[in-house]
Design a protein around this ligand. Structure first.
Ligand code: ADP
Length: 627
């Protein structure tokens, strides 16, 4: 019985990894080597940036060895190491809430789960796919004590004091019978070449080689150590030297991703600033991309020394799905992580990188339909975030975001919309809500549809925040800029282009009904108006021009905002509709009130808004039906 229990989520993760990744279990070695490489990166940084570590003689290396008979495999590094506390935290708990809620999404259906886990860095625990017991001996740089962590990957682990000559970590796997195939020189070399060739530190493999005498008879064996990876930082090598497979391998190691990247861009800047960037866009958005404590995907290096992978300012937040490396020649090596954000060099690199990425996105949008489809599916929402946060990129992003539309299948851009616009149309129209189907059948669209005016369907909750903040779309041609205001159809004032409806006489005749409706509905509504946008439906609701929409208010409330003032809708009624027309001659006050409330409540329902008192609605509706 182990002394210490794993956090529940760790047990869950272990179970999942072992059961859903088994067919690809060789990745365990990539994960262990990648951890060793991170540990070397961290120590390297300290030895150049921190006085307290300068005395450490640092000759970074990763050592692999195995024993066929004992069925063991060992991965050792002389990196930063872990002390007792860090062992407990790193190898027994899951700290990040993004990871935890990812685990909550798991269904226990191995097939579905293995799709999910593809987006998720499995890490250290993957070694339990091949090992029955794992032993980790670690000594933190700058400390004397070493610790041994042991576990069978079931319920928990033990920690006891141990000894180690230098700082670093040694992970020993006691392989299971099925895992025993990895205690083998050729399979280790093969896996390292395929997955970890471009790890920037040397990886050595120690093995025994048999020796033979002149007559070919075995006379014993010698122990040899070979370096088995190429080990130069991949991004520093010339593009011409690198093959697609090299980039893919590096991406898999960097992003703990088993899939190929969707695309990548490798840039070397020489001039006033000298730096290299290598950016990857994954095929699937990182699993934690919408969590506050997401892990940023870009690592900062200075002259090949790793500085940080945890700086959320290195890239604009909307680009947090990008994985990769920035390596600068101009920053001082001992640059403090705290002041990075104000650093001019870095700001320049960041701006240039964003431009580069935007240009690449644009080129894919124009030239590669298939890739673009995947990209938009995964990242449209992040592009919209960018519209809202990153003013410098706004024009470029306005051309990249896509929407659904009443006029076309698939995705529509603002440029598509504008190219289809009627010649006298003044505005770009859109409707927002949380359900595409509801939106498409909204009464608000009736008059637009009748007039052949296209309306963008925006069913992403972020649209309601982003689009009003943008306000307009401009299109530049060589000699002119045209600009259009973007208007929500569910707002008062968006119906001006629909023209007058009916004649003045009819409008006059309905006026008393409108006044009576106002009275009957009282403070349930902000106003009641005769509608120009309705054709078939008797009523609809719209928001006042300066108010948030009802849907948005509902969403903000659901997100926990309590300070929202109550938003009241404007009710619009269709004077031509028989229900409304009949009210002109209605003398029954109680009947009138029932109709008034049903007109309002059904208009709310159609827009997907929850009624405050649905029992009351049903009661009134039944009363009306039974008449
Ligand atoms: P990840 O590497 O994605 O954070 P892992 O489960 O692989 O997840 O590792 C968890 C943590 O354990 C690492 O973040 C690191 O802090 C620590 N760790 C793992 N291996 C080593 C190592 N060889 N040296 C130092 N720390 C390590």
């Amino acid at each position: 019985m182990a002394q210490r229990q794993f956090q529940t989520e760790v047990s869950k993760l272990l179970h999942l990894i072992i059961h859903s990744l088994y067919s690809n279990r060789e990745i365990f070695l990539r994960e262990l080597v990648s951890n060793a490489s991170d540990a070397l990166d961290k120590l390297k940084y300290l030895t150049v940036a921190d006085e307290n570590y300068k005395a450490i003689a640092f000759d970074p290396r990763i050592d692999l060895s195995f024993n066929k008979e004992a069925k063991t495999l060992t991965v050792s590094d002389n990196g930063i190491g872990m002390n007792e506390q860090e062992l407990i935290e790193s190898l027994g708990t899951i700290a990040r809430s993004g990871t935890r809620s990812f685990l909550e999404k798991l269904t226990a259906d191995a097939k579905k789960d293995s799709n999910l886990i593809g987006q998720f860095g499995v890490g250290f625990y993957s070694a339990f796919m091949v090992a029955g017991t794992i032993e980790v001996i670690s000594r933190k740089a700058g400390e004397d004590a070493a610790w041994k962590w042991t576990s069978d990957g079931k319920e928990g682990y033990d920690i006891e004091s141990a000894s180690r000559d230098t700082q670093g970590t040694t992970v020993t796997l006691y392989l299971t019978d099925e895992g025993a195939e990895y205690a083998n020189r050729w399979s280790i070399e093969d896996i390292i070449k395929r997955y970890s060739n471009h790890v920037a530190f040397p990886i050595y493999l120690t093995y025994d080689e048999k020796e033979y005498d002149d007559k070919g008879k075995e006379k014993g064996s010698v122990t040899k150590t070979d370096r088995i990876n190429s080990g130069t930082a991949l991004w520093r090598r010339a593009k011409a030297e690198l093959k697609h497979e090299d980039y893919v391998e590096f991406f898999k190691q960097l992003g703990h991703d088993d899939d190929e990247p969707l695309f990548y861009i490798h840039t070397k800047a020489e001039g006033t600033l000298e730096y290299t960037t290598l950016f990857y866009v994954p095929k699937k958005a990182p699993f934690d991309v919408f969590h506050v404590d997401y892990k940023p995907g870009v690592k900062l290096y200075v002259k090949r020394v790793f500085i940080t992978d945890d700086d959320k300012e290195l890239m604009p937040t909307w680009l947090r799905f990008v994985r990769g490396v920035i390596d600068s020649e101009d920053l001082p090596l001992n640059v403090s992580r705290e002041i990075l954000q104000q650093n001019k060099v870095l700001v320049n690199i960041k701006n240039a990188s964003v431009k580069k990425l935007l240009a690449e996105f644009k080129s894919i949008a124009e030239n590669d339909k298939e890739k673009w489809g995947v990209f938009i599916q995964e990242y449209n929402r992040l592009l919209k975030e960018g519209l809202y946060q990153d003013w410098g990129s706004r024009d470029a992003l306005l051309d990249l975001v896509r929407f659904k539309s009443t006029a076309a299948e698939g995705w529509t851009s603002f440029a598509d919309y504008v190219s289809r616009m009627k010649s006298d149309q003044k505005y770009i129209y859109y409707i927002t809500g949380d359900n595409e189907k509801t939106l498409r059948s909204s009464p608000l669209l009736e008059a637009y549809t009748a007039k052949g005016i296209e309306v963008l369907i925006m069913d992403d909750e972020i649209d309601d925040i982003v689009i009003p903040a943008i306000g307009r779309y401009a299109k530049k041609t060589d000699d002119a800029t045209s600009e259009w205001e973007i208007k929500a159809v569910n707002r008062a004032g968006a119906d001006e282009e629909l023209g007058e409806k009916g004649d003045k006489e009819a409008e006059k005749a309905i006026q008393p009904v409108i006044e009576k409706l106002k009275k009957a509905l009282g403070d349930k509504v902000k106003d009641v108006k005769l509608s120009r946008r309705l054709h078939d439906s008797p009523s609809c609701i719209v928001a006042d021009e300066s108010d948030p929409t009802m849907q948005m208010a509902q969403m903000l409330k659901a997100m926990g905002r309590t300070d929202m003032p109550e938003i009241k809708p404007i009710l619009e009624v269709n004077g031509d509709h028989p229900i409304v027309a009949a009210l002109k001659t209605c003398g029954d006050e109680a009947y009138f009130e029932d109709v008034a409330i049903v007109l309002l409540d059904q208009a709310l329902l159609v827009e997907g808004i929850k009624l405050k008192d649905s029992a009351d609605f049903v009661k009134r509706l039944n009363k009306l039906l039974s008449k």
